[in-house]
Design a protein around this ligand. Structure first.
Ligand code: NDP
Ligand code: AKG
Ligand code: MG
Length: 417
């Protein structure tokens, strides 16, 4: 049926109901993209750890049938030069509903545009969900890392990140510049003859579907606040629009009422009766607040580029991107992936921390409703870190640690189940 994808004979598809709930068979087929760079190291370790957790939790009654699909450099090897994101990869990701991927390389400046962004855009995975929590014992650059407990909802389909750009000197850049200068009367472009140009689309629908998910998450998980992070003082009609449309949604759909004349507002969590405050913070100030007063922030709703920066910055506070998980979500399709990239200098060395991808898979198990297996991954991660047998990123800062390899840490996790 597929050109280069082998469907496991012994599994079934996960399907989605009209209300977006999942039907998860006991033997689901889960597609995975190995990933470029260190993907070759972390993906097999993730699979081994997750298989062990599922086997332990369900005694053989449940099992994932992994199905390799291709993107990035491996796709060009399998499908031929220049085929970075095969059509059948996209078709499988849609059809099989739940998947996981390793990191994919994006060259700086020229070359291909981000395959990660392309996957999110083409599958309309409009939420990038990145929880940031502290595991006891992880070395951190801050004094009280346990106070950092936030969940980032990053808009994943719009913003300057959409990659609508025109190269300096190209006919397209010239045409757009002529339009801006001659027809729109723009006088603020300092060097019009030598500028590259980028476009930053931010819409009401794009903002509100993201913020709706963030507020619903706060309700479902009994969180005290949702903070809208933006640079709306400077970019008034994009980032400022994001803030205004977010507040409007909180009031219209969740019944939030203004606090002291606004713009902050609050409403009662319909499940617990506790207040949920919806507030906002300008992005530069927010980046210092999360270091100085992290306990004041819980659920974060932000635009695409801010969310990219914030997720790595927050990950650093709890020990680094070696342990920061994530998910890309639409209403029906979910593709899990680590926050970090391909870390090319470590590729193929069995060296890096597989924790981010393992914890992304833990989010996947939870999404599938396999809570016992997910809990086992978390408890094993806690015990493994406490045992101080950790990869280089933790070992270099942890007193009394024994450094283990990427696969070695996977083994430590399996031993602690
Ligand atoms: N979703 C995706 O697929 C993403 C892809 N990318 C792409 O990845 C490529 C490389 O990007 P780069 O900016 O270097 O960022 P990376 O996240 O790949 O690496 C930056 C640094 O983070 C640390 N790090 C990364 N992964 C791990 C890990 N598993 N365990 C421990 N530490 C880790 C290393 O720090 P140290 O040097 O201190 O050891 C590494 O040098 C680029 O092409 C980029 O576009 C980037 C982000 C996300
Ligand atoms: O697509 C890329 O190469 C980088 C993406 C990224 O940094 C992210 O989504 O966090
Ligand atoms: Mg990033």
């Amino acid at each position: 049926m597929y050109q280069h994808i082998t469907v496991p004979a012994d599994g079934q598809k996960i399907t989605v109901n009209a209300d977006f709930s999942l039907n998860v068979p006991d033997n689901p087929i889960v597609p995975f993209i190995e990933g470029d760079g260190t993907g070759i190291d972390i993906s097999p370790v993730m699979i081994k750890v997750i298989d062990a957790a599922v086997a332990k939790a369900y005694g053989g009654a449940r099992k994932i049938s992994w199905m390799e699909i291709y993107a990035g450099e491996k796709a060009t090897n399998v499908y031929g030069p220049d085929v970075w994101l095969p059509e059948e990869t996209l078709a499988v990701l849609k059809d099989y509903v739940v998947s996981i991927k390793g990191p994919l390389t994006t060259p700086v400046g020229g070359g291909i545009r981000s395959l990660n962004v392309a996957l999110r855009q083409q599958l309309d995975l409009y939420v990038c969900l990145r929880p940031v929590r502290y595991f006891t014992g992880v070395p951190s650059p801050v004094k009280e890392p346990e106070k950092t407990d936030m969940v980032i909802f990053r808009e994943n389909s719009e913003d300057i990140y959409a990659g609508i750009e025109y190269q300096q000197g190209s006919p397209e850049a010239k045409k757009l510049m002529d339009f801006l200068v001659n027809e729109m009367g723009v006088t603020k472009i300092r060097f019009p003859a030598t500028s590259g140009l980028g476009i930053k689309p931010v819409s009401i629908e794009g903002t509100q579907r993201l913020v709706r998910k963030a507020i619903q998450y706060a309700i479902d998980n009994d969180k005290p606040s949702v903070t809208i992070v933006h640079k709306g003082n400077i970019m008034k009609y994009t980032e400022g629009g994001f803030r205004d449309w977010a507040y409007a949604l909180a009031q219209k759909e969740f019944g939030a009422e203004l606090i002291d004349g606004g713009p902050w507002c609050k409403f009662k969590n319909p499940r617990t009766g506790r207040d949920i405050i919806v507030k906002d913070s300008i992005a530069d100030a927010f980046l210092q607040q999360i270091l100085l007063r992290p306990a004041e922030y819980s659920v974060i709703a932000t635009l695409n580029l801010n969310g990219d920066y914030i997720s790595d910055a927050l990950a650093a506070q709890v020990g680094g991107i070696g342990i920061a998980p994530g998910a890309n979500l639409s209403d029906s399709v979910a593709m899990f992936e680590a926050t970090h990239g391909t870390a090319p200098k470590y590729a193929g060395k069995d060296y890096v921390n597989p924790g981010s991808l393992i914890l992304s898979a833990e989010m996947m198990l939870r999404h599938m409703g396999w809570l016992d297996a997910a809990d086992l991954v978390i408890s094993s991660m806690q015990k493994s870190i406490a045992s101080k047998r950790v990869t280089y990123d933790f070992a270099r800062l942890m007193e009394g640690a024994t450094q283990v390899s990427c696969s070695g840490f996977g083994q430590v996790m399996v031993e602690h189940m």
